[in-house]
Design a protein around this ligand. Sequence first.
Ligand code: PLP
Length: 441
Amino acid sequence: MSALGSAREGAPASEMLALKARYLMPCVYHFYREPMVLERGEGCYLYDSEGRRYLDCYAGVGVTSAGHANPEIVAAATAQLGKLAHTTTIYLTEPMLRLAEALAAFVPGDLEQSFFCTSGSEANEGALLLAKLATGRNDFIALSRSLHGRTYLTAGATGMDFWRTDPQPPENVHFVPSPSCGDCPLKLERASCGLRCADAVGELLDAHPGEVAALIAEPLHGNGGIVVPPAGYFERVQAHLRRHGVLLIMDEAQTGFCRTGKRFGFEHWDIAPDIVTVCKALGNGLPIAAFIATRAVAAAYTKPGASTFGGNLVCSEAARATLAFHLAHALDEAAAARGAELEAGLLTLAGNHALVKEVRGLGLMRGLELVEADGTPASAATDTLLESLREHGVLAGKTGPGRNVLTLMPPLVITPEQVAELLTTLDIAFADLMTQRSIAA
Ligand SMILES: Cc1ncc(COP(=O)(O)O)c(C=O)c1O
């Protein structure tokens, strides 16, 4: 372990595991066979209760983009906490309104009016409702590898079986094949497919005229395994949607706020979403989310809508400071530059290990798909790598329907030296894995 300082007594993992087993629902899983107790963060580093330091390359699933315990964000939130924490939306408060103004300036295009809530699921649920109100239709389209949340409708609009828990999901969601060229659901080759997966949207709409309110999609799949759609996919999809008067909702939960090297993931494509949903990195760790729409679409939402903690004053001030930090430090450019360094290193690593089928992603949202020689997902190897990385002081994630995509989403303030540290540690972890495999063989 890359320990900093001497080991000390903190909350013991065994005791925390016992509390978890007794008091949390069994659906709440954790990473690692012997999980550590995380206690403190600073910049790109996390510290556990025994004083060990980890380079955090998952950032709480792409949340703490401006770094852990960012002093400017902490100062803004604590100043507000000491003044007034909560009133709810039935009163006028400056932090929420200034944040709405700042968001409208930060988001490209004419997406201007926000509704604040507290989680990505809630933002997506609200966006889907707004699409119904704006179109007077009831159905939705989602992609087969998507993840959109945990509420009844957003889990129902989640394509990945892994995250679909309700035995009786809603019936008004239609799925289309995800544009995942490395593992095409239509079994086609990119060179000759003619973007069949995008035209599947048009065919579905032709078969259900006047029924679909919106298509919801991530600009690139996060939990689905860091899948970047091919050039022209979303442009073709939006053309089909427009032909049928269907709205486009972009779920920017993971991709928003500079993660992919642009302020929003959808900016990689020549499209204009009608509604964008944001959460995770907006509050840099404080729970705040929103759906943001054009004035024309938002105009349909006139029946009273309230959220107790929506636009919470402390979260709003944290979010405003987060946006200011992103702008002042050009985190979009930083993510693009560090992302290119990371990609180059990952491609070299992939060249040395047959286990790596593909290196995917944009900016600082990267995935390594690991596949065994027989083509099956290398899920156990992915777990071994995660354990080994952690042993060597690096935390990473895993995604994909087969849980075999090693996922890297560090804070966007990661330095070139820390990217190099990550790559060196990945080399060591792969070497460990190869040694373990040769001993086992
Ligand atoms: C793309 C996407 N949408 C929605 C959600 C749900 O967000 P939350 O957990 O804040 O409800 C997630 C969570 O990981 C996500 O990745």
